[in-house]
Design a protein around this ligand. Structure first.
Ligand code: G16
Length: 541
């Protein structure tokens, strides 16, 4: 067993995106690719000498091999300890919790989140800092700079380390502690939610369907929902993680979790349906006969938060990503608390959570979370909803109807154009950007533009500025179109068009119908069909 110093050179395309570095699995498996990036993380954060790290992943193809590389490279660079989930598994929120609870210096999460897995799927590596959250832009910038300067990496040459048994071992001078991936997380959930009320609700016959989508939350959901809370056996479906997510797309939305949504719209639907994604940080909420948009879910959680023991004292503030609907803004207004608008990317919530300015955060991309960890948290959101339903003794549909009556309804949809030619997508954005100053006051598809800009965020805590975070165009009466290019895709460009309109009277419309004018305005403004060569979006959520 010896430390090897391996000569290498920079590899293009290692710039972390919205959430770490995501590439196709074959690209990650190319010679030196993973090693270069891991060494660049070490170099970018000032080394790992004497540090404690957390390591885990969502179990996708290459998770096992990559975790061995990370361990051998951490040991070779002098890390003191790595706490790793059994079989190298940890959901993203569980990893965030472990970093915080064990006061680790940071962590490596192996995941491409909701992107498909498998030999032809995607893989990803994310570095989280000591607060448990995704590395902020000043850290990822250093990591990226390191990828451009790398000339060698250090790695132990050794046999694979057994990660199947809980306990401690050593690699060189480094301790490897293999932990139960579920235990600490389940304990945290028990501290936040009223488990007794939930047990009583399930004992009373409440029926749940949780689709783990063959991904990492299966064991967490079974342990918490079925074993501890008493949901009927079989309530958790697709609960055994597989390396290719059962050849599915582990993205909890009405497109990729269609069987669950169909069941929830059917005659014998359970009381509550939910799904989570590849690494367990996203969630989808469905009631009997009703799909709840992530933006509405955030607003409903905020409005009912004091029913949950962990938030009984009230919320300090809320935050949403810019493209997320403004439904939560009105809840914040009525509660008299601050509401922050941040760029897309959970990393932008970190400072607000650390500073105690926000308690709940959420994104249109099926992410909801709070200051209990520094990641969004799928199962937490499910438990939050269940806790509210248990306390209010109300159905999801009635709760939302009541919510809209009180606050009005933000009809919302996202249209995605995937795998678009990158040049064409950038040209579309550039063209629109160049016309922004002239748009206010003009009429588009019968709507009057009231404001148009390219969103720039000034972090109120550290003063950093993040520019070019998406084009937002507001119309008379509260409607809005946002356009941005995704930072998580791996093929070409993904154009996201976010559409929103507010209604205070007509609360029961089909979302696409309610948004028809806004959809027409987006097309007229951005000439999406002509510029992308697509007649319709690939995915509508
Ligand atoms: C990641 C980020 C989220 C972001 C989402 C979509 O989620 O953590 O903050 O909203 O990607 O980003 P984009 O629109 O750039 O594709 P996840 O669940 O993939 O880690």
């Amino acid at each position: 067993m010896s430390i090897q110093t391996v000569a290498t050179q920079p590899i293009a395309g290692q710039k972390p995106g919205t959430s770490g570095l995501r590439k196709t699995t074959p690209e990650f498996q190319k010679h030196h690719f993973l090693e270069n990036f891991i060494q660049s993380i070490w170099n970018g954060i000032g080394g790992v000498q004497g540090k404690t790290l957390v390591l885990g992943g969502d179990g996708r193809h290459f998770n096992t091999e990559a975790s061995q590389v990370v361990l051998r490279m951490a040991a070779a660079s002098g890390a003191a300890k790595v706490i790793v989930g059994q079989n190298a598994l940890l959901s993203t929120p569980a990893a965030s919790n472990l970093i915080r609870k064990r006061k680790a210096d940071g962590g490596i999460i192996l995941s491409a989140s909701h992107n498909p897995g498998g030999p032809e799927g995607d893989f990803g590596v994310k570095y989280n800092t000591a607060n448990g959250g995704p590395a902020p832009e000043n850290v990822t910038a250093k990591i990226y700079a390191a990828t451009q300067q790398i000339s060698e990496y250090l790695i132990y040459e050794t046999q694979d380390i057994d990660l199947s048994a809980i306990g401690e071992s050593t690699l060189g001078g480094m301790t490897i502690e293999v932990v139960d991936p579920v235990a600490d997380y389940a304990e945290l959930m028990e501290q936040i939610f009223d488990f007794e009320a939930l047990k009583a609700m399930f004992a009373g016959g409440f029926r749940l369907r949780f689709d783990a989508m063959h991904a990492v939350t299966g064991p967490y959901a079974k342990a918490i929902l079925e074993d501890r809370l008493g949901a009927a056996p079989g309530s958790v479906i697709n609960g055994v993680p597989s390396t290719d997510f059962g050849k599915g797309h582990p993205d909890p939305n009405p497109i990729w979790a269609k069987p669950l949504v169909d069941e929830m719209m059917g005659p014998d639907a359970p009381d509550f349906g939910a799904a989570s994604d590849g690494d367990g940080d996203r969630n989808m909420i469905v009631g009997r006969g009703i799909y709840v948009t992530p933006s509405d879910s955030l607003a409903a959680l905020a409005a009912n938060a004091t029913l949950v023991p962990g938030y009984a004292g009230g919320l300090k503030g809320v935050a949403r990503s810019m493209p997320t609907s403004k439904a939560v803004d009105r809840v914040a207004e009525s509660l008299g608390i601050e509401c922050f608008e941040t760029p897309t990317g959970w990393k932008f919530f970190g400072n607000l959570l650390d500073a105690g300015r926000a308690t709940l955060c959420g994104e249109e991309s099926a992410g909801t979370g709070s200051d209990h960890v520094r990641e969004k948290d799928g199962l937490w959101a499910v438990l939050f909803w269940l806790n509210i339903l248990a306390k209010r003794q109300i159905s999801v549909a009635d709760l939302m109807a009541d919510h809209w009556k009180t606050y009005g309804r933000n009809y919302y949809s996202r249209h995605d154009y995937e795998g678009v030619d990158a040049e064409a997508a950038n040209a579309l954005m550039d063209n629109l950007r160049a016309r922004l100053a002239d748009l206010p006051g003009t009429s588009v598809a019968g709507l009057t533009v009231t404001a148009a800009d390219d969103f720039a965020y000034d972090d109120p805590i550290d003063g950093s500025r993040s520019a070019k975070q998406g084009i937002r165009i507001s119309f008379d009466g509260g409607a809005r179109v946002v356009l941005r290019l995704s930072g998580t895709g791996t093929v070409g460009a993904t154009l996201r068009v976010y559409l929103e309109t507010v209604e205070t009277e007509a609360l029961d419309m089909d979302a696409q119908a309610a948004l028809s004018k806004v959809i027409a305005a987006a097309e007229e403004l951005a000439q999406i069909k002509a510029r992308t060569g697509r007649n319709e979006p690939d995915v509508i959520t």
